[in-house]
Design a protein around this ligand. Structure first.
Ligand code: ARG
Length: 450
């Protein structure tokens, strides 16, 4: 629309190739908020009369309503959200609309819009994580006493409870929230006033604009402010890692609802059947969560690779930051919501968990600890219990029914008492360990801080 030095129109193929309005339209509320704050600063600097400011503000607010209500026609020939809105403003309010872009460039504008967008999305994602944590704490409470095997190498290791296992994910999600908040803190500064790359000869009150937009301060180097996409990379990393956590949870659930484990039953509403095998009940939500995590990791890589070779400051490559950003925030939001719904409805099969934990070999370490308590050095205790395990496997006599004293004199009669799951869990009282008392206390702690 603005021809300036160009004698020819942009080729329609180039228009198609370079437009971003098909996806960056969703920045509109932020673009408009930024423009109003900018215009207000222009008025304070004497560049706009109060009347002109009010025309611009009203025009922008009407455009915002029209976009929200689906009445706005976006034009690819106007490339992006910034030019679509500005052109429409000029159409509506006349030449005064042409004053809005004074002391501003699309470069500081897009940087402002995306920071505001990220800030809003972070708040939404944190809310969704918190909702999932609540659901998991509820389930942890319901199954606080449900004993199950804990695994290393996917081999049964030691007894834990389902409550303890679920709270492990609540911890991970809490760190995810911390990373998001940290990213939010760092991104919450205003680049407006950085212009195309070198500020402007027209000085607006940057601090006041920042304040009006809820930023904590302003950026301090115009070139960095224009070129910087760290905040998107940080957000994409925080999202990808949160996805990785949920993918690991998915893998646990997929295993647990197999016939081989049988620890959990997902509701019919959150599983699918097979078009061929009538007996199937598939954990598709878990599989898709695991699968979509690939996309989240890919989106982070996508941005990092785009940034890697860019000289300062703005390069059009930077327009490619938005598709992975939008995709990651949308994908994670959906993943969090659907998992919260599914986990709230899932049921543990406590008898199956208990049966799997009934293997006395899970208490082999406790037997070694009993030897240690009687004065045997741990390495030696490990060796002696290893012998007993070998004997049990060879003879087919379960560990707790073996004549341990016949294997070594260091064993004593009372040590047979270690073969009680109840006792084994009750003894694990140190901070972070899975005694049922501890798990209950942790549940209370989470209820207090979530
Ligand atoms: N649509 C562009 C983007 O997303 C806005 C900035 C355009 N700036 C420019 N100098 N062409 O990056």
């Amino acid at each position: 629309m603005w021809k300036g030095r160009f004698a020819q129109d942009t080729s329609s193929l180039v228009q198609q190739f370079s437009e971003s309005i098909s996806y960056d339209w969703r920045l509109f509320p932020h673009d408009i908020a930024g423009s109003i704050a900018h215009a207000r600063a222009q008025m304070r600097a004497g560049l706009l009369t109060a009347e002109e400011f009010s025309q611009i503000e009203t025009g922008l607010r009407e455009i915002e309503t029209d976009i929200r209500e689906g009445r706005f026609e976006f034009r690819a020939s106007l490339e992006d959200i910034h030019m679509n809105i500005e052109a429409e403003l000029i159409k509506r309010v006349g030449a005064v609309g042409g004053k809005l872009h004074t002391a501003r460039s699309r470069n500081d504008q897009v940087a402002t819009d995306t920071r505001l967008f990220c800030r809003m999305e972070i708040d939404g994602i944190i809310g969704a994580i918190c909702a999932l944590q609540w659901v998991m704490v509820d389930q942890a409470e319901k199954y606080a006493g449900a004993v199950m095997p804990g695994y290393t190498h996917l081999q049964r290791g030691q007894p834990v409870t389902m409550g303890h296992h679920l709270l492990a994910y609540v911890e991970m999600l809490q760190r995810d929230r911390g990373r998001l908040l940290d990213c939010r803190k760092r991104l919450n500064v205003s680049p407006l006033g950085s212009g195309a790359l070198a500020g402007s000869t027209i000085n607006l009150d940057r601090a006041r604009i920042a304040d009006e937009l809820g930023f904590d301060g302003v950026t301090h180097n115009s070139m960095d402010a224009i070129a910087d996409r760290d905040y998107i990379a940080e957000l994409l990393f925080a999202i990808a890692l949160c996805g990785v956590h949920l993918s690991r949870l998915s893998e646990d659930l997929i295993l647990w609802c197999s016939s081989e484990f049988g620890f959990v039953s997902l509701s019919d509403a959150h599983t699918t059947g097979s078009s061929l095998m009538p007996q199937k009940k598939n954990p598709d939500v878990c599989e898709l969560t695991r699968g979509k995590t690939g996309r989240l990791v890919g989106n982070l890589l996508n941005l990092l690779v785009s940034l890697k070779g860019l000289p300062l400051t703005y390069n059009r490559d930077l327009q490619e930051d938005k598709p992975p950003l939008f995709d990651s925030v949308d994908t994670l939001r959906m993943v969090l919501e659907v998992n919260a719904e599914m986990i709230a409805a899932m049921e543990m099969r406590e008898e199956k968990c208990l049966a799997a934990a009934g293997d006395p070999l899970l208490l082999a370490t406790d037997l070694a600890d009993a030897l240690v308590k009687s004065g045997v050095p741990f390495r030696q205790a490990h060796e002696l219990v290893g012998k007993a395990v070998a004997e049990s496997l060879k003879s087919g006599v379960p560990l707790h029914q073996l004549d341990l004293k016949a294997i070594d004199g260091a064993f004593s009669e009372e040590m047979g008492s270690v073969f009680s799951l109840e006792r084994a869990l009750a003894a694990r009282t140190n901070v972070g360990a899975p005694s049922i008392e501890n798990v209950k206390r942790e549940i209370e702690r989470w209820r207090g801080c979530l």
